[in-house]
Write a protein that binds this ligand. Structure first.
Ligand code: MTE
Length: 305
């Protein structure tokens, strides 16, 4: 999908524009800044953006939307940007199924009327040792979990990406086993940092970023953040996840960013921030240790990598 030069925004411009958008919301009563999908917008959520420090600069809209991993559109970093033009993210619904009181196919437009869209600026750290800082718009996954109303036997959640080989050329090849699936433990899924994102930089997600809705779990390697989600299953056992099924010794179910546990083929001690030359140190839990380490108390994170 084409990106206009005017959309390549610096952080300062972005923040100024966000201020402008907020004030136009206040004066004109304008809702739904994130394009056509309307939702309420909460202007009071900077609390979840505090983990960044003065060395974290927002990546440009261009970086974030032209350097991607989305194997449904091919294996190269620019394939998702180049090959996703035929993908149709609208209309969209998500199937909620499994151990819940309210199984249903929920229409995305209707879901977005029930939740509050927030800004969350998060680091994204790929297991391939590159990283970015991305200003997402989204809502806590816990809000959707409340709608599903899980039974007490639901201990994990599995997410499934849509399977549409006619729109996703990579799915015609056996690059991975399709559809792409991922999973979280229930307490990880309900953690306030875990969001479902529908936009970034104030625009609806482009196809290459996982339109129209994707997971973002900032303390885990990027592959946990599954794109273009069409089903969410509530289950009692640890579910299958695409990369850990394919190479269990390389990719664990938890996949918390861990600078002390190397991948068999590359070190996880440092990373390259896209747009920078000098490598920087990788932080435990990608810098979110204070917020999430309690989830893993007593667990040997070398064993549960
Ligand atoms: N989701 C699906 N369905 N298919 C994929 O290939 N790639 C993952 C993740 N989500 C992937 C996916 C990987 S490896 C990473 S690093 C992130 O998406 C990349 O997200 P980004 O392209 O928005 O940076």
């Amino acid at each position: 999908m084409k990106i206009l030069p005017s959309e390549i925004t610096s952080y300062t411009n972005y923040l100024n524009r966000r201020k402008f958008i907020k004030s136009s919301i206040a004066t004109a009563g304008f809702l739904g800044f994130s394009g056509g999908l309307e939702a309420n917008h909460n202007s009071n959520q900077d609390v979840y953006n505090d983990q960044l420090d003065e060395n974290d600069f927002l990546n440009s809209y261009e970086d974030i939307t032209t350097y991607n991993n989305f194997y449904e559109f091919g294996m190269g970093k620019s394939d998702p940007y180049k090959n996703s033009g035929n993908f149709k993210p609208k209309p969209w619904s998500i199937k909620l199924e499994g151990l819940i009181n309210n199984p249903q196919d929920i229409d995305l437009e209707k879901l977005l009327q029930k939740v509050t869209i927030e800004d969350r600026v998060y680091r994204l750290r790929c297991v391939e040792a590159w990283s970015m800082v991305i200003p997402w718009q989204g809502f806590p996954l816990s809000e959707l979990i409340k709608i599903a109303d899980p039974l007490s036997s639901a201990k994990f959640i599995q997410f499934v990406t849509v399977f549409r080989p006619d729109e996703m050329p990579g799915q015609k090849k056996r690059l991975l086993s399709w559809p792409y699936v991922e999973g979280l433990r229930m307490d990880e899924a309900t953690h306030p940092l875990t969001i479902l994102s529908t936009g970034l930089y104030g625009h609806d997600l482009l196809n290459q970023s996982g339109a129209p809705i994707r997971l973002v779990v900032p303390w885990k390697y990027g592959f946990k953040s599954i794109k273009s989600i069409s089903s969410i299953r509530f289950v009692d056992k640890q579910p299958e996840a695409t990369w850990s099924m394919m190479a269990p010794s390389e990719y664990g179910f938890y996949s918390n960013v861990n600078n002390l546990v190397d991948h068999p083929r590359w070190s996880q001690g440092t990373e390259r921030r896209i747009g920078e030359f000098k490598r920087r140190k990788t932080l435990p839990f990608n810098g979110y240790e204070e917020e999430v380490s309690y989830l893993y108390k007593g667990m040997d994170l070398r064993k549960y990598y």
